[in-house]
Write a protein that binds this ligand. Sequence first.
Ligand code: FAD
Length: 471
Amino acid sequence: MSDGFLTELAAIDDIALFDTPSDMQPFLSDWRKRHHGRARAVVSPGSTAAVAQVVALCARHRVPIFPQGGNTSLCGASVPDESGDGIVVSLRRMNRILSVDPQDNSMIVEAGCVLATVQEKALAADRLFPMSLGAEGSCQIGGNVSTNAGGTAVVRYGNTRDLVLGLEAVLADGTIWNGLRTLRKNNTGYDLKNLLIGAEGTLGIITKVALRLFPLPRHRVTAFFAAPTIEAASRLAGEVQNAFPGTVSAVELLSAGQFELVATHAPNATRPLSSTAPWYVLIELAGMEDEEALSARFAGILEAGMAASDITDAVIATSERQRQQLWYIRHSVAEANVKAGRGVAHDAAVPPARIPEFVNRSQAALAAQFPKATPIVVGHLGDGNLHYYAMFDRTDWALYPEAQTIAAINRTVYDIAVELGGTFSAEHGIGSIHLDDMRRYKDPRELAAMAALKAALDPLGIMNPGRVLPV
Ligand code: FAD
């Protein structure tokens, strides 16, 4: 790469440029500090026009581009590769809320807006932007769109794909595509918006997003219950979902081991129940109907669950503070697990009814192969997406050859998930860590179609190379 490239880059209006090792450092390692890369420079444009000029320059010089949002990817998608040939394009300066339209139930934001800010601005307009996940204080809406993020509200409101009405993006040749519509219907051929959603920055850089808003629920009822078996937890959760269609906004599962890690490592964690159990479920209803009637019906189902011994203990939050304490437990999982030891984490999904089978088979297979691993389960029970961890204390982990161990554990868990009609990547994406899994589990015709699309939209292969598509 010639020095001329950096000189031309620095001359582009409205960019912040970082090119010293210390300035670039925060952009070159991921949130868990497992993936590290190198870059020629990091640029943070302040406008779509500046992004377009950066991409056009990179195309002219054949310089790889690694788009970055909040850098909270859990699959090695957001940091550059180790070649040092490319640049990171950070969207963090494009963080303006451009409009909120309660009448249209929509808002338009720049891609670098932090998810929590988007939620707050919707709330200020008496509307709900429902996406919620543990990284919401730092992940950006452009990153959420690029990974088609899930989170805790999928069971009611769908994945990010269901929340995006329109997009603006800079394509790999530096041209700007304006698809920033708030239409609910638009059958006009191939859907570029939906190709860019979940593309993990391999087809272009998302610069603006039109989002769908919802009426604010008038009240929420949040419960935390203990169950003796995964079958009982799953059964009860299913009963609540069937009893309140369209009202259940979250159904989250924690194994006892996961709960204890949070209780130990998250500084503000509480113990909402006086007894312990193998499984815990956090369920939230978000309703428009009469609060007392909703709470009473919900309590009735929990009481019936106790009578049938599917529930051994339960609490319904009686204040917003108590509700926040319950959610703190769930949202502190990733942070607690990083502190606790070395976990091999999974983002598998199976049809919800097959969760007990998936958990039981995975536990048995891993116990046989890795007796020193503690199985830890957490996830979105309502939509079938479980984060299954094989957790090692750091001394035990040092006894195993790292790469082979991770590969063997992944193979065991994902083979079971796929055999049950599931997937190896439910919501985090492919990034750089699942390329072998793509080869093993993805239909070759689908992979060929993806490669053809990539070649058509990014013929120079400069957009986030080495991610998503196995070569
Ligand atoms: P980054 O990590 O910066 O990037 C992710 C990918 O998107 C990369 O490929 C990057 O190149 C690309 N990208 C980013 N911005 C753009 C853009 N503007 N245009 C084009 N490409 C872009 N994920 C879930 O789905 N559900 C969860 O419940 C969940 N919980 C989490 C909890 C914690 C504590 C953490 C750390 C992560 C969690 N994640 C979860 C993973 C992560 O937060 C999501 O994948 C999130 O959507 C990533 O957003 P980001 O802005 O950090 O993107």
